[in-house]
Write a protein that binds this ligand. Structure first.
Ligand code: BG6
Length: 466
């Protein structure tokens, strides 16, 4: 018998993108870390394609937003690039073209009846702040970020009702200082730990500025977007359980706990202190963190993390979190072969229940979920539409588990797919496509995929039948 999945009233059916991945570098006041890295080493990017044009949102935003409307999206997240909005990174003086651009984008979303969710940092630190201060390892950058956030609240807070401070701050620490996939491509566990602390601090400082601004009186709310990779142990053996527990604490709770509860997990602090790599903090900063927690959470979910006990830790590069766990490649796991990520929809239910039971059932939404596929052109039909049935199935499976979490009381208010229009994916560039709307990179033509029509129906019915 057909099963009906009906979602709560006013559910957000939308999609997420970011400034650096969609706009292109046109007229930008500064370079961000990826702009700089591409200028230095274009060969580090798939097919040598960088962020210079991306999906041309800077020039095409009106048509792009119209296409998003056609795909039925009632809400869209994008980000303001610090490196575009701010002309003088020290004084915080805004750039006139940056202000014009983001004003027009926000107004266009509203004109088309789409709720804009505005994020303030999507892996895109201005390079000059890395060069001068060492980036996120320096607390001065956290203060400058709060200044930038305050400028955004003052300029756009009359129209933007939902703000998020960071997208996937853990990925910044991992990419820059652990696993070498973001510039400066270093391996330095101690720097990674300080970076985790400083990003949490920067988020709380920005939230404090938000509370002091007019935004709340104008009906605004502020949150953070965290990537959750629930950790599952290889088995119930004590050493595997301990490995998964540390992975969960390091990868997920290091941002989740301060954001929602205002404190770092005591276990994490204890282990980092014992190992001599704990971050530098002051009582004043910890009090500021405690006072400035989020109103809501965005959760990006792509893959779980399967953990097993570490048996061969190599400390030649110094302290690393892998001292306490090793990844486990579970036989028979279902993979997205293009991205190399496991597909495990049930984790979205586990996340929903975790937030319900351990985080005060705070309001939250799925801020990213999606499937990147290489070579989608081969699915193009005679009528020109890409028949991405695999994406529709992927979304349905995740929604079915999310629905169950909501039915059991989890306070989830929306689902955003990554991404509305195929966009630039960091060093993978345009290899894997995630969008509801296809991009022809050669001529910047954009066309709705089959999933876009399906999504429109999903949003119109506030659910689907299987
Ligand atoms: C998330 C990011 O990690 O996943 C996005 O917030 C990113 O910026 C998306 O594009 C998909 O990952 P990737 O590496 O395939 O682009």
């Amino acid at each position: 018998m057909a099963k009906q999945y009906q979602f709560p009233e006013n559910f957000w059916w939308g999609a997420a993108t970011s400034g650096p991945q969609s706009e292109g570098r046109f007229h930008k006041a500064h370079r961000n870390l990826f702009d700089y890295w591409y200028d230095q080493a274009p060969e580090a990017f798939f097919a040598g394609v960088g962020p210079n044009v991306a999906s041309n949102f800077y020039n095409d935003f009106r048509q792009d937003i119209a296409l998003m409307k056609q795909a039925g999206l009632n809400s869209v997240r994008t980000s303001i690039q610090w490196s575009r909005l701010i002309k003088d990174l020290e004084t915080g003086e805004p750039d006139a073209d940056g202000v014009r651009f983001y004003n027009e984008v926000i107004d266009e979303f509203l004109r088309q009846g789409i709720r804009p969710i505005i994020n303030l940092h999507h892996f895109d630190l201005p390079y000059a702040l890395y060069e001068k201060y060492g980036g996120w390892t320096n607390k001065k950058v956290a203060v400058l970020f709060a200044d930038f956030a305050e400028t955004c609240f003052a300029l756009f807070g009359d129209r933007v009702k939902e703000w998020t401070t960071f997208n996937e701050p853990m990925v910044v620490a991992e990419g820059e200082y652990l696993y070498r996939f973001h510039y400066p491509l270093q391996v330095d566990g101690k720097k990674a730990v300080q970076c985790i602390y400083n990003l949490n601090l920067a988020s709380a400082m920005a939230i404090e500025r938000f509370r002091q601004s007019a935004c709340e009186k104008q009906g605004g709310r502020i949150g953070i977007v965290i990537n959750l990779t629930p950790a599952y142990p290889r088995s119930d053996a004590a050493e595997n359980l301990a490995a998964a527990a540390f992975a969960e604490t390091f990868k997920n709770k290091a941002f989740l706990d301060p954001a929602v509860k205002g404190v770092f997990p005591p276990k994490l602090v204890e282990i980092l202190r014992k190992d001599g790599v704990l971050w530098e903090s002051t009582p004043e900063e910890l009090a500021l963190l405690q006072r400035n927690t989020v109103d809501f959470l965005g959760v990006n979910y792509y893959q779980p993390f399967r953990a097993q006990a570490q048996t061969a830790f190599d400390d030649s590069e110094g302290w690393l979190p892998e001292k306490y766990f090793a990844p486990y490649e579970m036989p028979g796991r279902r993979m997205n072969p293009y991205r190399g990520w496991e597909i495990y929809p049930q984790a979205i239910y586990d996340i929903a229940i975790n937030i319900r039971d351990n985080y005060g059932n705070i309001p939250w939404y799925v801020s990213e979920n999606g499937m990147g596929v290489e070579g989608e052109e081969k699915f193009r039909q005679a009528d020109g539409t890409i028949a991405d049935d695999y994406r529709i199935d992927f979304i349905k499976e995740h929604l079915a588990w999310l629905h169950r979490g909501i039915a059991e009381g989890s306070n989830c208010f929306g689902y955003h797919l990554w991404t509305p229009i195929d966009c630039w994916s960091w060093s993978n560039a345009y290899k894997n496509r995630y969008g509801l709307i296809a991009l022809d990179l050669a001529n910047q033509q954009k066309t709705l995929k089959k999933s876009a029509y399906w999504f429109k129906d999903l949003a119109a019915h506030n659910g689907f039948t299987e």
